[in-house]
Design a protein around this ligand. Structure first.
Ligand code: NDP
Length: 419
């Protein structure tokens, strides 16, 4: 049985931890370490007695490389699951490398301080060369490929739902359904209602940075960037119904464009209601989404962090969110010389998730694949050495685990396509 160190104890990590405890045959021992230790202790108290997984807790500032190395050396895990924020990715990867431990996370690196000159210079070069302006990209973590390979370690990047399961769906379509995939549309629909005028389903700072940014998609070998929310479509989602959805930039497009050979176009759409968009625009217009510190009555505050303090904690939405999510990928391509289409998706019910683990479906659909990604590494089913995204591994054992762990998927042949 394995021992894992889990960093972070927010909405997503709480589900991943609960799910590890339901897979005690693999996760014999877990250490939950986060900035606020009381949250780790509360979760431990909630889970203990219901699982044979041994749980301990620790306080850690995951921005502190020395403290991370000390923690890893003292608890000697087989794997570190980084489920804190994307800001910590590089420090945790450095610590794993220094201590010789496998690594995984749920979102790719993005800096907290956008004014950092080293990051900024490289970011501006990438914007010019690649043609997309998102604050996050894989290059920072792909830089570790050789180092991880030489050290005989595995790093799995982005094992949530999107990124994560969406890439596993792509690998599955490539392996079983198509000889050649021509287009991929990733559709992320949240039909849930939490009853608040405005709240985000995961960390507000990361979420609002992402959805207020320009959209972009990959077509014929290059990025095409568009103003935020300027491409809108309607789609009739199984289990949810008709929803407006908007084209966003999303991190898995970058890796899929490299790994799905011959793909001509990849787009990502997410559903938003008009009220959400109006609130977001208003907050943006008055400067509340800004990441640059301002001086307020002699104290420095970052507007988006202040906003986060005002908004409901995503981890608290569980009891009040009703409705379903539907996330999946629509493929067009060729099989045995014939044109073909397919849609692989999962439907998840917010209240069912709450009953099972005390969280809403967004945390659930991310936390379950985080546990499964870890299980793939710990059981040796995914054992390549280096730095990888989920589509670079065999999708079959992961797809089996989705069915067994609360995220069953289905395939629709000849689905409605997005124009
Ligand atoms: P939360 O804000 O709920 O939780 C983040 C956790 O990390 C908190 O426990 C926080 O501690 C802890 N943390 C933050 N900074 C540090 C630090 N410096 N040192 C130690 N711990 C720290 O976020 P979510 O659970 O919503 O999101 C977690 C991750 O999942 C994010 O990276 C997010 O981008 C990703 N995600 C991925 C998705 C996917 O489908 N792939 C979908 C949704 C989210 P504290 O309690 O003190 O604040």
């Amino acid at each position: 049985m394995a021992k894992v160190l889990i960093i972070g104890c927010g909405g997503v990590a709480s589900v991943a931890i609960a799910k590890c405890c339901m897979n005690s045959d693999v996760f014999g021992e877990i250490v939950i370490a986060s900035r606020t230790k009381s949250k780790c202790d509360a979760l431990k108290a909630r889970l203990e007695g219901k699982t044979s997984t041994k749980i301990s807790t620790a306080e850690i500032d995951a921005d502190d490389l020395d403290a991370l190395c000390e923690l890893i050396r003292s608890c000697k895990p087989d794997l570190v699951m980084n489920i804190a924020l994307p800001y910590q990715d590089l420090t945790v990867m450095d610590a794993c490398l220094a201590c010789g431990v496998d690594y995984m996370d749920t979102a790719n690196y993005e800096p907290e301080n956008l004014d950092d000159p080293v990051w900024k210079a490289r970011y501006e070069k990438r914007c010019k060369e690649e043609g997309f302006t998102a604050l996050f990209d894989y290059s920072w973590q792909w830089d570790y490929k050789d180092k991880y390979k030489e050290a005989g370690l595995t790093a799995l990047l982005g094992s949530g739902f999107d990124p994560g399961v969406t890439q596993v769906f792509c690998a599955y379509a490539q392996k079983h359904l198509f000889d050649e995939i021509e287009t991929i549309d990733i559709l992320d629909c949240n039909g849930g209602d939490h009853g608040y005028p405005f709240a985000t389903n995961f960390n507000p700072e990361i979420n609002l940075r992402e959805v207020s940014a320009p959209g972009s998609y990959w077509e014929n070998g290059k990025w095409i960037e568009i103003p935020p929310m300027s491409i809108k479509r309607e789609y009739d989602f199984d289990g949810v119904g008709m929803k407006d959805m908007y084209l966003l930039h999303h991190e898995e497009i970058e890796s899929l464009a490299k790994n799905i050979k011959g793909v001509k176009r990849i787009r990502f759409f997410m559903t938003f209601g008009q009220s959400y968009l109006t609130h977001m625009k208003c907050l943006e217009n008055v400067g509340m989404l800004s990441t640059s510190p301002i001086n307020y009555e002699g104290r420095e505050i970052v507007p988006i962090q202040f906003l986060k303090a005002l908004l409901p904690d995503p981890a608290s939405l569980g009891p009040r969110t009703v409705g379903k999510t539907n996330i999946g990928c629509i493929f067009t391509g060729v099989k045995d010389g014939k044109k073909k289409t397919a849609y692989i998706y999962n439907i998840c019910d917010h209240q069912e998730c709450y009953k099972e683990v005390g969280s809403q479906a967004i945390s659930y659909t991310t936390g379950v694949p985080a546990m499964i990604g870890a299980k793939m590494i710990l059981t040796g089913k995914w054992n390549k050495k280096g730095v990888f995204t989920p589509e670079e591994f065999d999708p079959d054992p992961f797809m089996d685990e989705l069915n067994k762990n609360g995220l069953p998927w289905q395939i629709e042949e000849s689905p409605d396509l997005v124009d």
